[in-house]
Design a protein around this ligand. Structure first.
Ligand SMILES: [Mn+2]
Length: 388
C-alpha cells in the first residue's frame, strides 16, 4: 500500500497514543533502519531508544557494523545509555515482541531485511513504523494502526512530536518515574536528524516543519549555554552539531572516570558512594543530565564487574533537591536476589524499579552519618546475597 499523509491532527494523536501505549505495555523492542543509513535514520533510532530507556524495557538497535565508523557520537550515546547495538545478522535473536522500523521507504530497504522477516511476520510480534517518505513507490512496513508515517522534515521531527505528547501524559510519567525527557542527548539526536535531512533547514517546506525546526533548534541552543562551555551559543552547520556530540561523549567519559576514582568493593558488591564533598566537584564540572546518565552507566558496569550487585550514590545539588540519589543494579549473570526486596528491607518508600535495577532517594536531613548509612545498605545487601 502506498504511503500517504495522516488525514488530520486527531488521527495523528491517536497513532502517537497507540505508540506510547505500546511503550508502556510491550516488553522487548528491536529498532531497525534502512541500508546505508543517513543521520536522520540513525539519530531517530537513537532518540527513540533514549525514550525507551525511561520505560526500562529490553531493547536493541540494529545498525550494520560496516556503518559504525560513520556515526561515532551517536553510538557513544548508545554506549553511555546502555543501549545495545546489533551489528551483524547473527546477533538478531527471536526474543522480541515489537519491531520498529525508522526512516525506511519500503520493507526491502530495511537493514538485514531477509534476516528480520521471520521475526517481523510472527503473529505475536507487532511491527511499528515511523517515517516521512511519501514517495510514489514507498510501501508501509508497520502494521495497520502502528504507522506514524506523515509529511515531516525528518523522522526525527516525528519523534520530537511523540516526545512532546509523552511529556503531557502525567499518569505514565508517574508510573515509570520518568525524569527529564528533553535531555541533551535526546535533543542533540533530534536536531542531528532534522538538520541532516534538511541541510540546516534550507529544505524545510511547510510552516509546521519550520515551526518544529525552530522549536528544537532553540531548545538545543539553550542547552549549549552550560557550565563547561559558557561562550558557545549558536550552531550554523552540521559540523557544529557533530562537535557538540563529540564534546558530550568526551564529557561523559571524563565524568565516568571521576566516578571511578571512588570505586570500592565489599564482598559481592562493587560500589561508589559520593558524599557531599566528593559530589561537589562533579556537580561543578558536569550538567545534571550527564551525571544521571553516567551514574546509571557506572552502576551497570560495576554490576557486571562484581558479578553480583552494584551501588552508586551521590548528592543532588542543593538548588535542585535535598535528596541523596542511589541506584542498585544486578549483574546479568546473577538472578537470585530481587533488588526491590532490598529497598523494602531497608524500609525505603521513595523508589522503585524492577528486580534487576532499582533507584531510590533519601532526604539528606534523614542521614546524619553518610558512611554509616552506606555501610548499612552494603552490609544488608551482602547478607541477603549470602542467604540466597
Ligand atoms: Mn529521513
Amino acid at each position: 500500500m502506498k504511503k500517504v499523509r495522516i488525514p488530520n491532527k486527531r488521527r495523528k494523536l491517536q497513532i502517537v497514543d497507540t505508540f506510547i501505549d505500546s511503550m508502556v505495555t510491550r516488553e522487548s523492542f528491536l529498532m531497525v533502519g534502512h541500508q546505508n543509513p543517513d543521520e536522520d535514520c540513525v539519530a531517530s533510532m537513537v532518540a527513540f531508544s533514549l525514550l525507551m530507556t525511561k520505560f526500562q524495557k529490553q531493547q536493541a538497535v540494529v545498525l550494520n557494523r560496516e556503518n559504525w565508523d560513520n556515526f561515532p557520537y551517536l553510538l557513544s550515546i548508545c554506549k553511555y545509555n546502555s543501549i545495545t547495538v546489533i551489528g551483524t545478522p547473527e546477533e538478531i535473536s527471536e526474543d522480541y515482541d515489537t519491531v520498529i522500523a525508522f526512516d525506511t521507504p519500503k520493507p526491502e530497504m530495511l537493514d538485514f531485511h531477509k534476516y528480520l522477516s521471520p521475526l517481523m511476520s510472527r503473529s505475536d510480534v507487532i511491527v511499528m513504523e515511523i517515517d516521512h517518505h511519501l514517495e510514489a513507490d514507498g510501501e508501509y512496513i508497520g502494521d495497520e494502526g502502528y504507522r506514524l508515517v506523515d509529511e515531516a522534515s525528518s523522522t526525527c521531527e516525528l519523534i520530537g512530536f511523540l516526545a512532546l505528547r509523552l511529556e503531557k501524559k502525567k499518569e505514565v510519567i508517574r508510573q515509570f518515574n520518568i525524569g527529564e525527557i528533553f535531555t541533551r542527548n535526546f535533543v542533540l539526536s533530534i536536531v542531528t536528524g532534522i538538520v541532516g535531512d534538511t541541510k540546516m533547514g534550507q529544505f524545510l517546506k511547510s510552516r509546521r516543519e519550520k515551526r518544529y525546526y525552530r522549536y528544537f533548534s532553540r531548545l538545543f541552543n539553550r542547552m549549549l549555554i552550560r557550565k563547561t562551555d559558557k561562550d558557545s551559543g549558536n550552531f550554523s552547520s552540521i559540523e557544529d552539531i557533530l562537535k557538540e556530540l563529540e564534546k558530550l561523549s568526551v564529557e561523559e567519559e571524563s565524568c565516568y572516570q571521576d566516578f571511578l576514582k571512588h570505586k570500592q568493593r565489599t564482598g559481592s558488591i562493587a560500589w561508589i558512594a559520593l558524599d557531599e564533598e566528593m559530589t561537589a566537584p562533579i556537580l561543578e564540572k558536569y550538567d545534571m543530565d550527564i551525571i544521571v546518565t553516567v551514574a546509571k552507566y557506572t552502576a551497570n558496569l560495576l554490576a557486571e564487574e562484581s558479578r553480583y550487585v552494584s551501588l552508586v550514590a551521590f548528592y543532588d545539588p542543593p538548588e535542585k533537591s535535598d535528596l541523596i540519589q542511589l541506584r542498585m543494579r544486578r549483574s546479568q549473570s546473577y538472578k537470585e536476589l530481587d533488588l526491590r526486596k532490598v529497598i523494602d528491607h531497608l524500609g525505603i518508600t521513595n523508589g522503585g524499579g524492577h528486580e534487576g535495577a532499582v533507584g531510590f532517594r533519601v532526604p539528606r536531613g534523614e542521614v546524619e552519618d553518610f558512611p554509616a548509612f552506606i555501610d548499612t545498605i552494603i552490609n544488608g545487601t551482602v547478607e541477603l546475597i549470602d542467604l540466597d
